[in-house]
Design a protein around this ligand. Structure first.
Ligand code: NAD
Ligand code: MG
Length: 389
Protein backbone atom coordinates (compact mmCIF):
# COMPACT_ATOMS: atom_id res chain seq x y z
CA UNK A 1 0.00 0.00 0.00
CA UNK A 2 0.86 3.65 -0.39
CA UNK A 3 -0.35 6.49 1.83
CA UNK A 4 -0.48 9.97 0.30
CA UNK A 5 -0.72 12.35 3.26
CA UNK A 6 0.65 9.86 5.80
CA UNK A 7 1.24 12.41 8.58
CA UNK A 8 -2.33 13.72 8.70
CA UNK A 9 -5.39 12.65 10.62
CA UNK A 10 -6.60 10.11 8.01
CA UNK A 11 -3.01 8.96 7.49
CA UNK A 12 -2.69 8.27 11.23
CA UNK A 13 -5.95 6.30 11.34
CA UNK A 14 -4.86 4.25 8.32
CA UNK A 15 -1.48 3.51 9.90
CA UNK A 16 -3.14 2.55 13.18
CA UNK A 17 -5.09 -0.13 11.28
CA UNK A 18 -2.14 -1.44 9.33
CA UNK A 19 0.06 -1.73 12.43
CA UNK A 20 -2.54 -4.08 13.92
CA UNK A 21 -2.14 -6.48 10.99
CA UNK A 22 1.40 -5.76 10.00
CA UNK A 23 1.93 -9.02 8.08
CA UNK A 24 -0.95 -8.32 5.67
CA UNK A 25 0.60 -5.16 4.21
CA UNK A 26 3.83 -4.00 2.62
CA UNK A 27 4.28 -0.23 2.47
CA UNK A 28 5.54 1.24 -0.80
CA UNK A 29 5.34 5.06 -0.53
CA UNK A 30 4.56 7.52 2.24
CA UNK A 31 4.23 11.26 1.65
CA UNK A 32 3.87 14.44 3.71
CA UNK A 33 4.01 18.19 3.22
CA UNK A 34 6.65 19.48 5.63
CA UNK A 35 7.05 17.36 8.76
CA UNK A 36 10.24 15.46 7.85
CA UNK A 37 10.79 14.03 11.34
CA UNK A 38 7.29 12.53 11.51
CA UNK A 39 7.55 11.16 7.97
CA UNK A 40 10.97 9.59 8.58
CA UNK A 41 9.74 7.98 11.79
CA UNK A 42 6.73 6.45 10.01
CA UNK A 43 8.84 5.31 7.05
CA UNK A 44 11.24 3.50 9.37
CA UNK A 45 8.50 1.98 11.54
CA UNK A 46 6.60 0.72 8.52
CA UNK A 47 9.66 -0.22 6.49
CA UNK A 48 8.48 1.83 3.50
CA UNK A 49 10.56 1.89 0.32
CA UNK A 50 9.96 5.53 -0.71
CA UNK A 51 9.37 8.67 1.41
CA UNK A 52 8.43 11.99 -0.23
CA UNK A 53 8.32 15.37 1.45
CA UNK A 54 6.57 18.02 -0.66
CA UNK A 55 8.28 20.98 0.94
CA UNK A 56 11.79 21.21 -0.55
CA UNK A 57 13.21 23.01 2.49
CA UNK A 58 12.55 19.90 4.60
CA UNK A 59 14.31 17.51 2.21
CA UNK A 60 17.74 17.71 3.91
CA UNK A 61 16.21 16.78 7.24
CA UNK A 62 14.33 13.84 5.70
CA UNK A 63 17.45 12.53 3.97
CA UNK A 64 19.49 12.75 7.16
CA UNK A 65 16.79 11.07 9.20
CA UNK A 66 16.61 8.17 6.71
CA UNK A 67 20.38 7.77 6.24
CA UNK A 68 21.40 4.12 6.46
CA UNK A 69 17.80 2.86 6.42
CA UNK A 70 17.74 1.89 2.74
CA UNK A 71 14.57 3.99 2.36
CA UNK A 72 14.69 6.30 -0.66
CA UNK A 73 13.90 9.97 0.02
CA UNK A 74 12.69 12.56 -2.49
CA UNK A 75 11.03 15.97 -2.63
CA UNK A 76 8.85 18.13 -4.88
CA UNK A 77 5.71 17.77 -7.00
CA UNK A 78 7.15 15.23 -9.43
CA UNK A 79 8.26 13.04 -6.53
CA UNK A 80 4.72 13.16 -5.09
CA UNK A 81 3.46 11.85 -8.43
CA UNK A 82 6.19 9.21 -8.51
CA UNK A 83 5.16 8.08 -5.01
CA UNK A 84 1.68 7.40 -6.41
CA UNK A 85 3.02 5.77 -9.58
CA UNK A 86 5.11 3.15 -7.79
CA UNK A 87 3.30 -0.17 -7.85
CA UNK A 88 1.16 -0.35 -4.72
CA UNK A 89 -2.14 -2.21 -5.13
CA UNK A 90 -3.97 -0.02 -2.63
CA UNK A 91 -3.51 3.74 -2.30
CA UNK A 92 -4.90 5.96 0.44
CA UNK A 93 -5.47 9.44 -1.02
CA UNK A 94 -5.39 11.53 2.16
CA UNK A 95 -3.69 14.75 1.13
CA UNK A 96 -5.79 17.77 2.05
CA UNK A 97 -6.72 20.08 -0.84
CA UNK A 98 -6.64 20.03 -4.64
CA UNK A 99 -2.85 19.62 -4.47
CA UNK A 100 -3.72 15.92 -4.09
CA UNK A 101 -5.28 15.74 -7.54
CA UNK A 102 -2.15 15.05 -9.58
CA UNK A 103 -0.71 12.27 -7.43
CA UNK A 104 -4.14 10.66 -7.00
CA UNK A 105 -4.73 10.68 -10.75
CA UNK A 106 -1.30 9.09 -11.22
CA UNK A 107 -2.42 6.17 -9.06
CA UNK A 108 -5.69 6.00 -11.01
CA UNK A 109 -3.90 5.86 -14.36
CA UNK A 110 -2.18 2.63 -13.38
CA UNK A 111 -5.49 1.04 -12.35
CA UNK A 112 -4.86 0.87 -8.61
CA UNK A 113 -7.48 0.62 -5.88
CA UNK A 114 -7.86 4.11 -4.48
CA UNK A 115 -9.34 4.77 -1.06
CA UNK A 116 -10.35 8.38 -1.58
CA UNK A 117 -10.47 10.69 1.45
CA UNK A 118 -9.20 13.75 -0.45
CA UNK A 119 -12.63 15.15 -1.41
CA UNK A 120 -11.16 18.41 -2.75
CA UNK A 121 -9.73 16.57 -5.74
CA UNK A 122 -13.22 15.25 -6.60
CA UNK A 123 -14.69 18.73 -6.24
CA UNK A 124 -11.92 20.30 -8.30
CA UNK A 125 -12.13 17.85 -11.21
CA UNK A 126 -14.69 15.17 -10.40
CA UNK A 127 -15.95 14.44 -13.91
CA UNK A 128 -12.42 14.03 -15.21
CA UNK A 129 -11.40 11.98 -12.19
CA UNK A 130 -14.26 9.49 -12.57
CA UNK A 131 -13.78 9.28 -16.34
CA UNK A 132 -10.08 8.46 -15.96
CA UNK A 133 -10.84 5.90 -13.25
CA UNK A 134 -13.34 4.10 -15.49
CA UNK A 135 -10.94 4.16 -18.45
CA UNK A 136 -8.02 2.81 -16.40
CA UNK A 137 -10.11 0.21 -14.55
CA UNK A 138 -9.20 1.76 -11.20
CA UNK A 139 -11.39 0.94 -8.19
CA UNK A 140 -12.53 3.97 -6.20
CA UNK A 141 -13.54 3.32 -2.59
CA UNK A 142 -15.01 6.24 -0.64
CA UNK A 143 -13.39 6.94 2.74
CA UNK A 144 -15.46 9.99 3.68
CA UNK A 145 -17.79 8.54 6.32
CA UNK A 146 -21.02 9.65 4.61
CA UNK A 147 -19.97 8.34 1.20
CA UNK A 148 -18.63 5.14 2.66
CA UNK A 149 -22.02 4.71 4.36
CA UNK A 150 -23.85 5.32 1.08
CA UNK A 151 -21.49 2.94 -0.73
CA UNK A 152 -22.29 0.23 1.82
CA UNK A 153 -26.05 0.93 1.73
CA UNK A 154 -26.11 0.89 -2.07
CA UNK A 155 -25.21 -2.78 -2.00
CA UNK A 156 -28.72 -3.48 -0.67
CA UNK A 157 -30.33 -2.96 -4.06
CA UNK A 158 -29.97 -2.21 -7.75
CA UNK A 159 -28.66 1.19 -8.77
CA UNK A 160 -31.75 1.89 -10.90
CA UNK A 161 -34.00 1.35 -7.88
CA UNK A 162 -32.36 4.11 -5.84
CA UNK A 163 -34.62 7.14 -5.40
CA UNK A 164 -32.33 9.31 -3.28
CA UNK A 165 -29.32 9.44 -1.03
CA UNK A 166 -29.14 11.25 2.31
CA UNK A 167 -25.86 12.54 3.71
CA UNK A 168 -25.89 13.36 7.40
CA UNK A 169 -24.06 16.34 8.91
CA UNK A 170 -23.16 16.82 12.57
CA UNK A 171 -23.98 20.51 12.20
CA UNK A 172 -20.55 21.44 13.54
CA UNK A 173 -19.72 23.54 16.61
CA UNK A 174 -22.12 26.37 15.67
CA UNK A 175 -25.26 24.32 15.02
CA UNK A 176 -27.26 26.08 17.73
CA UNK A 177 -25.58 29.51 17.50
CA UNK A 178 -27.29 32.67 16.23
CA UNK A 179 -26.23 34.21 12.93
CA UNK A 180 -24.54 37.11 14.80
CA UNK A 181 -22.59 34.78 17.08
CA UNK A 182 -21.52 32.64 14.10
CA UNK A 183 -20.31 35.73 12.23
CA UNK A 184 -18.09 36.62 15.19
CA UNK A 185 -16.68 33.08 15.67
CA UNK A 186 -12.90 32.81 16.16
CA UNK A 187 -10.61 30.20 14.56
CA UNK A 188 -10.19 28.61 17.98
CA UNK A 189 -13.97 28.15 18.34
CA UNK A 190 -14.33 26.88 14.77
CA UNK A 191 -11.50 24.38 15.23
CA UNK A 192 -13.31 22.71 18.13
CA UNK A 193 -15.46 20.06 16.43
CA UNK A 194 -17.99 18.36 18.72
CA UNK A 195 -17.70 14.78 17.33
CA UNK A 196 -14.74 14.27 15.01
CA UNK A 197 -11.01 14.90 15.37
CA UNK A 198 -9.72 15.93 11.92
CA UNK A 199 -7.22 18.15 10.10
CA UNK A 200 -7.72 21.95 10.27
CA UNK A 201 -9.11 22.51 6.74
CA UNK A 202 -11.97 20.00 7.05
CA UNK A 203 -12.68 21.10 10.63
CA UNK A 204 -13.26 24.71 9.53
CA UNK A 205 -15.30 23.43 6.56
CA UNK A 206 -17.44 21.49 9.04
CA UNK A 207 -18.12 24.69 10.99
CA UNK A 208 -19.33 26.59 7.87
CA UNK A 209 -21.04 23.43 6.49
CA UNK A 210 -18.96 23.95 3.35
CA UNK A 211 -17.71 20.44 4.12
CA UNK A 212 -21.23 19.12 3.51
CA UNK A 213 -21.39 21.23 0.36
CA UNK A 214 -18.15 19.67 -0.90
CA UNK A 215 -19.63 16.29 0.03
CA UNK A 216 -22.73 16.94 -2.12
CA UNK A 217 -20.40 17.40 -5.08
CA UNK A 218 -18.36 14.39 -4.02
CA UNK A 219 -21.54 12.24 -3.94
CA UNK A 220 -22.66 13.62 -7.30
CA UNK A 221 -19.46 12.34 -8.93
CA UNK A 222 -18.88 9.13 -6.95
CA UNK A 223 -22.40 7.80 -7.42
CA UNK A 224 -23.55 9.66 -10.57
CA UNK A 225 -26.43 11.35 -8.72
CA UNK A 226 -28.36 14.47 -9.72
CA UNK A 227 -28.71 17.34 -7.27
CA UNK A 228 -32.38 16.41 -6.67
CA UNK A 229 -31.27 12.92 -5.61
CA UNK A 230 -28.94 14.08 -2.81
CA UNK A 231 -30.31 15.41 0.48
CA UNK A 232 -28.58 16.61 3.63
CA UNK A 233 -29.91 16.01 7.14
CA UNK A 234 -28.35 17.47 10.26
CA UNK A 235 -27.82 14.69 12.80
CA UNK A 236 -25.83 15.95 15.81
CA UNK A 237 -24.98 12.50 17.24
CA UNK A 238 -23.00 11.44 14.11
CA UNK A 239 -24.17 7.83 14.43
CA UNK A 240 -26.08 7.42 11.16
CA UNK A 241 -23.52 8.37 8.52
CA UNK A 242 -25.55 8.05 5.35
CA UNK A 243 -28.74 6.52 3.96
CA UNK A 244 -30.06 5.28 0.66
CA UNK A 245 -33.76 5.40 -0.11
CA UNK A 246 -35.03 2.84 -2.66
CA UNK A 247 -38.13 3.31 -4.77
CA UNK A 248 -40.22 0.90 -2.68
CA UNK A 249 -39.78 3.27 0.28
CA UNK A 250 -37.09 1.23 2.05
CA UNK A 251 -34.30 3.28 3.58
CA UNK A 252 -31.00 1.50 4.21
CA UNK A 253 -28.54 3.25 6.52
CA UNK A 254 -25.04 2.60 7.80
CA UNK A 255 -24.40 3.36 11.48
CA UNK A 256 -21.29 3.34 13.60
CA UNK A 257 -19.25 5.21 16.19
CA UNK A 258 -17.80 8.46 14.82
CA UNK A 259 -14.36 6.92 14.20
CA UNK A 260 -12.73 7.13 10.76
CA UNK A 261 -11.07 3.77 11.32
CA UNK A 262 -14.46 2.19 10.50
CA UNK A 263 -14.74 3.47 6.90
CA UNK A 264 -10.98 3.12 6.40
CA UNK A 265 -11.09 -0.53 7.57
CA UNK A 266 -13.97 -1.08 5.15
CA UNK A 267 -11.87 0.27 2.28
CA UNK A 268 -8.81 -1.72 3.37
CA UNK A 269 -10.60 -5.05 3.34
CA UNK A 270 -13.28 -4.47 0.69
CA UNK A 271 -15.06 -6.59 -0.48
CA UNK A 272 -14.25 -8.53 2.67
CA UNK A 273 -14.23 -7.26 6.29
CA UNK A 274 -11.46 -7.13 8.86
CA UNK A 275 -11.67 -6.80 12.64
CA UNK A 276 -11.61 -3.12 13.59
CA UNK A 277 -10.56 -1.39 16.82
CA UNK A 278 -13.23 1.35 16.80
CA UNK A 279 -15.60 1.55 19.78
CA UNK A 280 -18.76 -0.55 19.32
CA UNK A 281 -22.00 1.33 18.86
CA UNK A 282 -23.98 1.33 22.10
CA UNK A 283 -27.40 2.61 21.07
CA UNK A 284 -28.98 2.04 24.49
CA UNK A 285 -26.39 4.34 26.03
CA UNK A 286 -26.83 6.96 23.28
CA UNK A 287 -30.60 6.65 23.68
CA UNK A 288 -31.75 9.28 21.22
CA UNK A 289 -30.91 9.99 17.61
CA UNK A 290 -32.20 13.31 16.29
CA UNK A 291 -32.46 14.80 12.81
CA UNK A 292 -33.20 18.31 11.53
CA UNK A 293 -33.17 20.25 8.26
CA UNK A 294 -29.98 22.25 7.67
CA UNK A 295 -30.50 26.00 8.13
CA UNK A 296 -29.34 27.56 4.87
CA UNK A 297 -29.71 31.10 6.24
CA UNK A 298 -27.18 30.57 9.03
CA UNK A 299 -25.03 28.25 6.92
CA UNK A 300 -25.06 29.74 3.40
CA UNK A 301 -22.03 27.69 2.29
CA UNK A 302 -24.27 24.67 1.77
CA UNK A 303 -26.55 26.53 -0.66
CA UNK A 304 -23.59 28.05 -2.44
CA UNK A 305 -22.00 24.63 -2.99
CA UNK A 306 -25.27 23.14 -4.21
CA UNK A 307 -25.67 25.99 -6.68
CA UNK A 308 -22.10 25.41 -7.93
CA UNK A 309 -22.84 21.70 -8.37
CA UNK A 310 -26.01 22.50 -10.33
CA UNK A 311 -24.19 25.08 -12.46
CA UNK A 312 -21.55 22.44 -13.22
CA UNK A 313 -18.64 23.25 -15.53
CA UNK A 314 -15.80 24.84 -13.57
CA UNK A 315 -18.04 26.30 -10.84
CA UNK A 316 -17.10 23.56 -8.32
CA UNK A 317 -13.42 23.99 -9.26
CA UNK A 318 -13.63 27.71 -8.48
CA UNK A 319 -15.65 27.08 -5.31
CA UNK A 320 -13.08 24.61 -4.05
CA UNK A 321 -10.04 26.79 -4.76
CA UNK A 322 -11.66 29.87 -3.22
CA UNK A 323 -12.64 27.88 -0.13
CA UNK A 324 -9.07 26.62 0.32
CA UNK A 325 -7.81 30.21 0.22
CA UNK A 326 -10.62 31.48 2.47
CA UNK A 327 -10.08 28.81 5.14
CA UNK A 328 -6.32 29.47 5.24
CA UNK A 329 -6.96 33.22 5.53
CA UNK A 330 -9.52 32.69 8.30
CA UNK A 331 -7.11 30.48 10.27
CA UNK A 332 -4.41 33.15 9.79
CA UNK A 333 -6.79 35.74 11.26
CA UNK A 334 -7.02 37.87 8.12
CA UNK A 335 -10.77 37.46 7.56
CA UNK A 336 -13.68 36.77 9.89
CA UNK A 337 -15.79 33.62 9.86
CA UNK A 338 -18.50 35.10 7.62
CA UNK A 339 -15.70 36.25 5.31
CA UNK A 340 -15.12 32.62 4.27
CA UNK A 341 -18.42 32.30 2.41
CA UNK A 342 -18.30 35.95 1.29
CA UNK A 343 -14.90 35.35 -0.32
CA UNK A 344 -16.03 32.13 -2.02
CA UNK A 345 -19.14 33.86 -3.37
CA UNK A 346 -17.18 36.90 -4.61
CA UNK A 347 -14.62 34.63 -6.29
CA UNK A 348 -17.39 32.69 -8.07
CA UNK A 349 -18.80 35.98 -9.38
CA UNK A 350 -15.40 37.24 -10.49
CA UNK A 351 -14.61 33.94 -12.22
CA UNK A 352 -17.95 33.99 -13.98
CA UNK A 353 -17.34 37.54 -15.25
CA UNK A 354 -14.00 36.36 -16.60
CA UNK A 355 -15.66 33.51 -18.49
CA UNK A 356 -13.83 30.82 -16.50
CA UNK A 357 -16.87 28.63 -15.89
CA UNK A 358 -16.63 26.16 -18.78
CA UNK A 359 -16.01 22.46 -18.02
CA UNK A 360 -12.22 21.91 -17.76
CA UNK A 361 -11.34 19.51 -20.61
CA UNK A 362 -8.31 17.97 -18.94
CA UNK A 363 -6.18 17.99 -15.83
CA UNK A 364 -4.11 21.00 -16.87
CA UNK A 365 -7.27 23.01 -17.60
CA UNK A 366 -8.71 22.15 -14.17
CA UNK A 367 -5.46 23.06 -12.44
CA UNK A 368 -5.33 26.33 -14.41
CA UNK A 369 -8.83 27.26 -13.20
CA UNK A 370 -7.79 26.28 -9.67
CA UNK A 371 -4.73 28.52 -9.97
CA UNK A 372 -6.55 31.57 -11.40
CA UNK A 373 -9.34 31.21 -8.81
CA UNK A 374 -6.78 31.33 -6.01
CA UNK A 375 -5.33 34.59 -7.32
CA UNK A 376 -8.83 36.03 -7.84
CA UNK A 377 -9.63 35.13 -4.24
CA UNK A 378 -6.42 36.72 -2.99
CA UNK A 379 -7.19 39.88 -5.00
CA UNK A 380 -10.65 40.06 -3.41
CA UNK A 381 -9.29 39.49 0.08
CA UNK A 382 -8.77 43.14 1.17
CA UNK A 383 -12.33 44.03 0.14
CA UNK A 384 -13.80 41.07 2.07
CA UNK A 385 -11.59 41.74 5.10
CA UNK A 386 -12.68 45.41 5.14
CA UNK A 387 -16.39 44.58 4.83
CA UNK A 388 -16.43 42.31 7.83
CA UNK A 389 -14.65 44.69 10.19
P1 NAD B 1 -4.62 16.72 7.67
O1 NAD B 1 -4.43 18.16 7.51
O2 NAD B 1 -4.62 16.12 9.03
O3 NAD B 1 -3.55 15.91 6.80
C1 NAD B 1 -3.25 16.24 5.47
C2 NAD B 1 -2.09 15.42 4.95
O4 NAD B 1 -1.75 15.93 3.63
C3 NAD B 1 -0.81 15.57 5.78
O5 NAD B 1 -0.04 14.38 5.69
C4 NAD B 1 -0.07 16.71 5.09
O6 NAD B 1 1.33 16.66 5.29
C5 NAD B 1 -0.42 16.43 3.62
N1 NAD B 1 -0.40 17.66 2.84
C6 NAD B 1 -1.06 18.82 3.10
N2 NAD B 1 -0.76 19.75 2.19
C7 NAD B 1 0.12 19.20 1.33
C8 NAD B 1 0.82 19.68 0.19
N3 NAD B 1 0.70 20.95 -0.23
N4 NAD B 1 1.62 18.82 -0.48
C9 NAD B 1 1.76 17.55 -0.04
N5 NAD B 1 1.16 17.04 1.05
C10 NAD B 1 0.34 17.86 1.72
O7 NAD B 1 -6.00 16.39 6.93
P2 NAD B 1 -6.99 15.15 7.19
O8 NAD B 1 -8.00 15.52 8.21
O9 NAD B 1 -6.23 13.88 7.35
O10 NAD B 1 -7.78 15.13 5.80
C11 NAD B 1 -7.20 14.62 4.61
C12 NAD B 1 -8.28 14.55 3.54
O11 NAD B 1 -9.29 13.64 3.96
C13 NAD B 1 -9.00 15.89 3.30
O12 NAD B 1 -9.31 16.02 1.95
C14 NAD B 1 -10.26 15.76 4.12
O13 NAD B 1 -11.33 16.52 3.60
C15 NAD B 1 -10.55 14.27 3.99
N6 NAD B 1 -11.35 13.72 5.09
C16 NAD B 1 -10.85 13.75 6.36
C17 NAD B 1 -11.60 13.23 7.40
C18 NAD B 1 -11.06 13.19 8.82
O14 NAD B 1 -11.72 12.66 9.69
N7 NAD B 1 -9.89 13.73 9.11
C19 NAD B 1 -12.87 12.70 7.15
C20 NAD B 1 -13.34 12.70 5.84
C21 NAD B 1 -12.57 13.20 4.82
MG1 MG C 1 -17.59 13.49 5.79
Amino acid sequence: MTILGATGSIGASTIDLLKRERSRYRVVSLTARGNAAALAKLARELDASFAVIADQSAYGELKDALAGSGIEAATGDDALVEAAERPAEWVMAAISGSVGLKPTLAAIERGATIAIANKECLVCAGALFMRRAAAAGATILPVDSEHNAVFQALSAGRREDVSRVILTASGGPFRTWTREAIDAATPEQALRHPNWSMGPKITIDSATLMNKGLELIEAHHLFALKSSEIDVLVHPQSVVHGMVEFRDGSVVAQLGAPDMRIPIAHCLAWPQRIAGPAPRLDLARIGTLTFEEPDLARFPALGLARAAMEAGGAAPTVLNAADEVAVAEFIAGRIGFSGIVALVEATLEAASKRGLMGEPANLDAALAVDHVSRSLALDLLPEIAAKAS
